[in-house]
Design a protein around this ligand. Structure first.
Ligand SMILES: *[C@@H]1O[C@H](CO)[C@@H](O)[C@H](O)[C@H]1NC(C)=O
Ligand SMILES: *[C@@H]1O[C@H](CO)[C@@H](O)[C@H](O)[C@H]1NC(C)=O
Ligand SMILES: *[C@@H]1O[C@H](CO)[C@@H](O)[C@H](O)[C@H]1NC(C)=O
Ligand SMILES: *[C@@H]1O[C@H](CO)[C@@H](O)[C@H](O)[C@H]1NC(C)=O
Length: 391
């Protein structure tokens, strides 16, 4: 169809010349013109405006007007698995969240082994017994614990390979173990290099008294975003819905349950989003599965930014790792006072997307946690903790 249209355009350009030479009689060129207009309308209808060649003929404004005027393009017929998946998810989402005085936040630590900031977290949890629970997935080595809040909190774990689906599997394992406790109403995924930026009450109120999950999700048209998409994910996952985001989420209970209920989208990402795909392409499920899944199934239920701060400003493959000398009151104040989220695309000309961090509709500080801190920063952080959490 697109091919036909391009031919049509060429005809249109040579039309006046032909007419001049009187090769075409009047009724003939009216018929040609009318056919072209019809052809154009069919093309515009079949190919939606955002990726249609036809659109570039007119200004984008004209195109929008046209798409408003046309009836909506027919919906794709859903597959059996999709219908089943959608009804289950819709039903879970329609249940009302039940907060009570017993409601807890589950802190899910995903670590290879040691937890260098256990002492800091111990400080953070102290005095708030009964309002949180801790789960540890140690994939390589069982950590030695110093804090009573961490002792015997390991769940059965399995090997985790960076960038592979085993990372998502570990996240799911943490969620399912934490879901066993009906009092857990919000779930926070943390790594061994994460630290708290606020005191417990601040974090508790921030996460509990909102209906959104803080799941990072944005559209990156560049090679490290949509460039990782594989058409094998069709028909259920279309390129236009493919999203990217940091792995470190916080999630409402309902959202954790729909992640457990999902096998359709999970399977797509397990099979077609992994390192070393065809044509040497790499895809990392932990950066794309949940951002895409929630964008497709409950876009209004997620905040689109992560409450765990990380500094990518050095522009390297890995984010900045804070060393002992980097940690100061000023650094902590800087991070805790940020009220806009920032996303940078991976195109040649990088686009920077800045959005206010809206909490129940009001602009608020974006971050509750931060990474990546090296173990050597512990003493400094312990000293500063009472200060920076009282900002
Ligand atoms: C969250 O949803 C519940 C139930 O739908 C509603 O009663 C409550 O007001 C909502 N809370 C916020 C902060 O929007
Ligand atoms: C998150 O982005 C989606 C579009 O992907 C949008 O529909 C939704 O409103 C956004 N969420 C918030 C809280 O702004
Ligand atoms: C804190 O922010 C100020 C203003 O943006 C900047 O000049 C300063 O270098 C930052 N300090 C640290 C330690 O990041
Ligand atoms: C921490 O706060 C106290 C009281 O506000 C202040 O006296 C002290 O200098 C602060 N410490 C640091 C390291 O900023």
């Amino acid at each position: 169809m697109a091919q036909m249209w391009r031919l049509g355009m060429k005809d249109m350009q040579i039309l006046p010349a032909s007419r001049h030479r009187s090769n075409l009689k009047k009724p003939t060129w009216i018929i040609v013109l009318v056919s072209l207009v019809i052809l154009f309308l069919i093309c515009a209808y079949v190919y939606p405006p955002q990726n249609s060649t036809a659109c570039y003929v007119f200004s984008s404004h004209g195109c929008k007007a046209l798409s408003n005027w046309l009836p909506p393009a027919p919906m794709r017929e859903l597959t059996d698995d999709e219908i089943a998946s959608h009804v289950v998810i819709r039903d879970i989402l329609s249940m009302h969240p039940s907060l009570s005085e017993n409601s807890k936040i589950a802190f899910l630590f995903l670590t290879p082994g040691a937890l260098p900031f256990e002492k800091l977290w111990d400080n953070f949890f102290q005095g708030h017994e009964g309002r949180f629970s801790v789960y540890v997935h140690a994939s390589k080595q069982k950590p030695v614990h110093f804090s009573r809040y961490f002792i015997n909190r390991e769940i059965r774990s399995d090997k985790v390979v960076w960038g592979k689906i085993s990372m998502v599997d570990a996240e799911r394992r943490l969620l399912s173990n934490a879901l066993k406790d009906p009092d857990n109403q919000h779930f926070v995924l943390l790594s061994d290099s994460c630290i708290p930026l606020r005191d417990f009450d601040y974090v508790y109120n921030y996460l509990m008294y909102t209906n959104t999950s803080f799941i990072d999700s944005f559209e990156d048209p560049g090679p490290h975003g949509s460039g990782r998409y594989s058409e094998h994910m069709l028909p259920e996952v279309e390129k236009k819905d493919f999203r990217k985001g940091a792995q470190w989420f916080t999630m409402k209970r309902q959202h954790a349950v729909i992640v457990m209920a999902d096998s359709l989208y999970y399977t797509k990402f397990r099979d077609y989003c992994k390192p070393g795909m065809e044509y040497g392409r790499n895809c990392y499920s932990d950066e794309h599965y949940l951002p895409t899944f929630f964008h497709m199934l409950d876009p209004a239920g997620i905040a689109n930014w992560s409450v765990t701060h990380v500094d990518w400003s050095e522009g390297k493959w890995h984010p900045k790792s804070y060393r002992k000398q980097d940690v100061s009151y000023e650094l902590m104040r800087n991070i805790t006072s940020i009220t806009e989220s920032l996303h940078v695309t991976s195109e040649e000309v990088k686009e920077i997307q800045i959005r206010p961090c809206l909490w129940n509709g009001n602009q608020r500080p974006c971050y509750l946690f931060a990474r990546k801190f090296l173990p050597e920063t512990l003493d400094n952080l312990m000293l500063l903790f009472p200060n920076y959490t009282s900002i």
